[in-house]
Design a protein around this ligand. Structure first.
Ligand code: FA5
Length: 348
């Protein structure tokens, strides 16, 4: 069994190294972690392994699984960087005699630029990036996070549901994720403390758009689990994050706020960079702008993720990227960011 595991480990590490495209990487991921994938098939044989051997093979299995997932995620990051790089270098030219305009160079969207800066910042602190699906189960997005059906918190996070009646799926409850917190249970299950993992991406909510809300927006989330992790870490990380990205004069404020999957929970506000706390249009006259929700991970969530809450504690933290971009560049209405208005986007 140990030999089989090591063969899978070597085989997939080599294949990951040789992979050239994201599509190939996805295929590799499914061949390894999918239903009836190589790890799944191997774990089915555990029942025939003698108890003594299983004591050794079990932890090795988890360790190799984690190592392979990290190496695939790292490779995904490398390929993405190469794609961005090649797009940046790519020259898309329409001959100026046809357009009658001067040549203009494109660039990454301000939100993408911002995301790259944030990821680099947290890589310095030892955080590893992972992904979670934008279409997910009701269980991962809500139930596992202490938000069962009919819980009042669901009103805050209404979303778009997918009609699955015509598909043969294991679950009939699929939705567009409302937050990157759907990654939490995956991060906890797939890693062993100390855990420092970050994830980012698109989220969706069924809500009226206004200057500070969109139905489609981006979040950045971190999960940090270790012995003796406390709210002090949360305060420190918030200050470090805001000051590094928005400027040294920015302050972070933690304010009690209810999220069912953390205890205690907080809203994380940044002092307004424009009015220096006096109150202006961007911060709606309050001097502060809510950028994130956060808190100490609820013991029930840790337990469901296979982590003993008596030994470990953790913080989780989800920030709205467009809100932060607003504050950084003094944008009064975040809808401009998705407007496709080249005159506006050309400013960044
Ligand atoms: C959440 O989404 C929680 N998942 C955050 C969290 C993570 C709490 C981990 C505890 C632990 P909330 O709904 O407050 O919380 O959203 C977090 C941030 O996302 C907000 O502060 C805001 O910056 C951004 N955000 C939320 N809704 C929108 C929207 N409709 N448009 C743009 N940004 C939004």
């Amino acid at each position: 069994m140990e030999e089989k595991l090591k063969k899978i480990q070597q085989d997939f590490l080599n294949k990951t190294k040789d992979t050239k495209t994201l599509a190939q990487l996805d295929e590799l991921f499914i061949a390894l972690f999918g239903k009836n994938g190589q790890l799944d098939e191997l774990s089915k044989q555990f029942k025939d392994v003698p108890k003594d051997e299983l004591k050794k093979v079990g932890p090795l299995f988890n360790q190799i699984k984690q190592q392979l997932e990290i190496s695939i995620n790292e490779k995904r990051g490398t390929i993405r960087k190469q794609i961005y790089q090649s797009l940046q270098n790519e020259k898309f030219e329409i001959p100026s005699e046809r357009t009658g305009r001067k040549e203009k160079k494109g660039h990454l969207h301000p939100v993408t630029q911002f995301e790259e800066d944030i990821v680099k910042l947290f890589e310095k602190l030892g955080f590893v990036q992972t992904d979670a699906p934008q279409i997910d189960t009701d269980y991962n997005n809500f139930e596992v996070l202490n938000i069962p059906e009919n819980h009042p918190a669901r009103d805050l996070w209404d979303t778009f549901y997918i009609d699955t009646t015509n598909y043969k799926l294991q679950t009939n409850k699929l939705l567009l994720r409302t937050h990157t917190s759907n990654a939490q249970i995956r991060i906890l299950k797939n890693n062993k403390p100390p855990i420092r993992v970050m994830t980012l991406g698109r989220c969706f909510r069924y809500e009226n758009a206004d200057a500070r809300h969109e139905h489609t927006f981006e979040q950045f989330e971190i999960v940090y689990v270790d012995k003796d992790v406390s709210m002090t870490h949360l305060q420190y990380l918030s200050e470090y994050f805001f000051k590094s990205i928005l400027g040294k004069g920015i302050q972070a404020r933690l304010r009690p706020k209810y999220y069912p999957f953390v205890e205690p929970g907080v809203g994380v506000d940044a002092s307004c960079a424009f009015c220096k706390g006096k109150g202006c249009k961007v911060c709606a006259g309050t001097g502060w702008l809510e950028l994130a929700g956060a808190g100490m991970i609820h013991p029930g969530v840790l337990t469901r993720g296979g982590i003993d809450p008596d030994q470990y504690s953790g913080i989780a933290w989800g920030v709205g990227i467009e809100r932060m971009t607003m504050l950084k560049y003094g944008i009064e209405d975040l809808r401009s960011l998705k407007s496709g208005d080249l005159k506006f986007l050309g400013r960044f």
